[in-house]
Write a protein that binds this ligand. Structure first.
Ligand SMILES: NC(=O)C1=CN([C@@H]2O[C@H](COP(=O)(O)OP(=O)(O)OC[C@H]3O[C@@H](n4cnc5c(N)ncnc54)[C@H](OP(=O)(O)O)[C@@H]3O)[C@@H](O)[C@H]2O)C=CC1
Ligand SMILES: CC(=O)[C@@H](O)[C@H](O)COP(=O)(O)O
Ligand SMILES: [Mn+2]
Length: 390
């Protein structure tokens, strides 16, 4: 019986990689639901190719258009809309596995619903875990859910830990490419364009995560993600710059053995590992030829060049409420940068000022997290000089 998937964020970059694997292994995987936000052209094509029972889009107007197209094309996918529909497909009895690949905080409620419903969750949506670490991990522990990390570094650590599941490692080392601005003169950073910031040297990804890699906020979010996934204090999670993106992360044991997972930078490897776990399937990724790749180099990150990483590391060592604020402010600032309303350096300013201006708040329920998230977004919007969101 094939695994039945609900793919949240099907029209994105993780969606593309996941569906490439589904197409390679129709005997192992079938698609129950595909979701998108506004890209209904692409979702329509995906519905014709993968024939899901359900598709979900942002609003009623988009749902009506997609329904009409599918009907005209003879495809009987049911089209739903809105945040509640995402939650409904994530916990539906017709699916076994939820691929959480929505970008940003919008992925939190469906991911939490999947955890409570005891699903196997392939987690790409790191923002969900950053916002709700304690709550999501507790929901997984209290149900039959299984949380499998897809983020390449966390998937690497998961694979390294699998060889000694009963032994706690001493430290984790997350590798980071350093993004497109690793060596760019600092004084020129304020004039970089969104396209320059999105030109990641090694990975092709959505625009939000690409900007996060350019500021290295991505690595800060990943330290918080690792802290929860592997129950490891942030002080014992190190970040190392590794521009080749071949070593995806490492685990250090008490005897100073260091285990690493390597591979060409292609998300189909970690997604295939998680989809097939504990088996292995062909991912379509080129074999890694260590005799032909660039020399593997490692260095400590420069926190003056990457102030967003410094802010995130400070938050990682603190309570969970500040993680919600960090994430919310970053989402607002990155969206404003991508829209041309802020400069690249403004991202750090907005995140830092939002953190400074937020009093300590609770984060022990979805409602409390959503409330903190809303307040932080409003503050960050104001600090970005934008009109309040409706
Ligand atoms: N891309 C990668 O290689 C990696 C990504 N990740 C993480 O995976 C997640 C997805 O990243 P990526 O695929 O690059 O992102 P993309 O921007 O490529 O795709 C995002 C997806 O989320 C949907 N979406 C956006 N906003 C909403 C919303 N408010 N409600 C519902 N759906 C929404 C989009 O729909 P639409 O197309 O209609 O806008 C799209 O399907 C992120 O959290 C990222 O950090 C982690 C590791 C690697
Ligand atoms: C592919 C992936 O997992 C991204 O989250 C990745 O981490 C981006 O690369 P850097 O963060 O190393 O720039
Ligand atoms: Mn990553």
């Amino acid at each position: 019986m094939p695994q039945r998937l609900a793919l949240l964020g099907a029209t994105g970059s993780i969606g593309d990689s996941t569906l490439d694997l589904v197409a390679r292994h129709p005997e192992h995987f079938s698609v129950f639901a595909l979701t998108a936000h506004h890209n209904i052209d692409k979702l329509c094509r995906l519905c014709l190719a993968f024939r899901p029972e359900v598709a979900v889009v942002a609003d009623e107007a988009a749902a009506a258009r997609l329904s009409a197209w599918l009907l005209a094309l003879g495809q009987d996918t049911e089209v739903l809309h809105g945040p509640q529909a995402l939650v409904d497909v994530a916990r539906a009895s017709q699916c076994d596995t939820v691929v959480a690949a929505i970008v940003g905080g919008a992925g939190l409620a469906p991911t939490l619903a999947a955890a409570k419903a005891g699903k196997r969750i392939l987690l790409a949506n790191k923002e969900a875990l950053v916002m709700s670490g304690a709550l999501l991990m507790a929901s997984v522990a209290a149900s039959t859910a299984q949380l499998l990390p897809v983020d390449s570094e966390h998937n690497a650590i998961f694979q390294c830990l699998s060889s000694h599941p009963e032994v706690r490692p001493e430290r984790l080392i997350l590798t980071a490419s350093g993004g497109p601005f690793l060596t760019r003169p600092l004084e020129t950073l304020d004039s970089v364009t969104p396209d320059q910031a999105c030109a990641h040297p090694k990975w092709r990804m959505g625009r939000k995560i690409s900007v996060d890699c350019a500021t290295m906020m991505n690595k800060g979010l990943e330290v918080i993600e690792a802290r929860w996934l592997f129950a490891m204090p942030a002080e014992r999670i190190e970040v190392l710059i590794h521009p080749q993106s071949i070593v995806h992360s490492m685990v250090v044991y008490a005897d100073q053995s260091v285990l690493a997972q390597l591979g060409n930078p292609d998300m189909r490897t970690p997604i295939a590992q998680a989809l097939a776990y504990p088996r292995r399937i062909d991912s379509g990724v080129d074999p890694l030829d260590l005799t032909r790749c660039e020399p593997l180099v490692f260095a400590r990150p420069d926190l003056v060049r990457f102030p967003c990483l410094r802010l995130a590391l400070e938050v990682a060592r603190d309570g969970c409420a500040l993680s919600v604020v960090l994430n919310a402010a970053n989402e607002v600032a990155v969206a404003a940068f991508l829209a041309g309303a802020l400069t690249f350096n403004d991202i750090t300013r907005v995140v830092s000022q939002t953190l400074e201006q937020t009093a300590s708040v609770a984060c022990d329920s979805l409602e409390a997290i959503e409330d903190t998230d809303r307040q932080a977004r409003a503050r960050a919007t104001q600090l970005s000089g934008l009109p309040p969101a409706r």
